[in-house]
Write a protein that binds this ligand. Structure first.
Ligand code: NDP
Length: 320
């Protein structure tokens, strides 16, 4: 049995691992089998992570965080958690391989997943012109006319990045003002390849084998129009990844895992949560990293409060 298992390999998970490993808790970190590294793996330049004045590529930042966590003794497993038993002193985690791991404490840092428009055609044409990741798929849209859906920072970032490939990028937004930060808006407004379509809701995606158009409804007039194009990128935000715990841990009305005050303590003793999965508001790499720190310190204090016989069953002392 372990003292601590961390589920999730974004900034929250790896920062929790750095702290837990430095406290000699010998953490096991479970990174996903296909999405290890979290959201930053799909980002290009990260310009607002402190310490990198010239910016850093998202995947490089994640690989540095992993290197730092491993340097202090974190063990990383690339697999998906399929089942969790979180009640009682011993927590059991089952992986896709069938392997089971036990620990006295768990940090849940599973982040969030791309939100979908909820249209039938979106699923049908997924990978055939419908994408959620410009850095993954942008290359396939060379010299095409495409659309990015959304009005937040993600949509601005995707649209700006996609102008490297596409001949024209429409930004389709359901309102007439953007949610994105000023600097990201200004960058998009200044880009001659980007055109904004305001008050426009996507009600259909057309195409038999591949996307060939969007059906847009004007939210003011109610009129519907067909916009011919060769691809769409959905950038309408993310939802916290809580499917493994939604019957096991209390959630907030926003759907994030509920934690006590400014701590990372969930409704289950010995289970802590950090990063986007608890944060409906800020959702930055640096806030996730800070949140991972809080979780590791909370877990460390929890372990230190456990009786000796329990700690002995986990092999290592709670504190170095
Ligand atoms: P946001 O929640 O900020 O924005 C989502 C956008 O999508 C909103 O404009 C929203 O519209 C729109 N939207 C939501 N649901 C639908 C729907 N069903 N149909 C049509 N439009 C929809 O998400 P982001 O992913 O953009 O950003 C999340 C966080 O990550 C933010 O804190 C952001 O600052 C941060 N971020 C920072 C970046 C950076 O600094 N480099 C890059 C990317 C993200 P409406 O406005 O009408 O609600």
């Amino acid at each position: 049995m372990r003292q601590i298992i961390i589920i999730g390999s974004g900034p929250a998970g790896f920062t929790a691992a750095i702290y837990a490993a430095r406290a000699n808790l010998k953490p096991l970190l479970i990174a996903s089998s296909v999405e290890a590294g979290g959201e930053l793996m799909n980002t290009t330049e990260v310009e607002n992570y402190p310490g990198f004045p010239d910016g850093i590529q998202g995947p490089e930042l994640m690989s540095k965080m992993q290197e730092q966590a491993e340097r202090f003794g974190t063990e990383v497993v690339y697999d998906d958690v399929t089942e969790l038993e979180l009640s009682g002193d011993t927590k059991t985690i089952t992986l896709g391989s069938g392997e089971k791991h036990e620990a006295l404490s768990v940090i849940f840092a599973t982040g969030s997943a791309y939100r979908k428009l909820g249209l039938d055609d979106e699923e049908r044409l997924s990978g055939r012109g419908v994408s959620w990741c410009a850095t993954c798929d942008g290359f396939f849209f060379k010299e095409k006319t495409i659309a990015v859906i959304g009005g937040g920072d993600s949509a601005m970032e995707e649209a700006t990045f996609l102008t490297r490939f596409a001949s024209k990028v429409y930004v389709v937004h359901r309102k007439d003002t953007l949610r994105a930060s000023k600097i990201m808006q200004e960058r998009a407004f200044a880009n001659p390849k980007i055109e904004f379509l305001w008050n426009s809701q996507v009600v259909g995606i057309t195409g038999t084998d591949a996307v060939d158009g969007l059906v847009l409804r004007n939210t003011v007039s109610g009129d519907e129009t067909l916009l011919p194009l060769g691809g769409i990128f959905v950038a309408i935000g993310n939802d916290p990844r809580t499917h493994l715990v939604h019957t096991k841990l209390d959630l907030t009305p926003e759907g994030t895992i509920a934690v006590a005050g400014r701590s990372s303590k969930t409704s289950q003793t010995g289970v802590f949560a950090a990063g986007d999965v608890i944060d409906p508001t800020y959702r930055q790499a640096v806030t996730a990293a800070a949140s991972g720190t809080v979780a590791a310190l909370d877990a460390e204090h929890y372990l230190a409060s456990l009786p000796e016989n329990l700690l002995a069953s986990a092999g290592e002392p709670a504190l170095a």
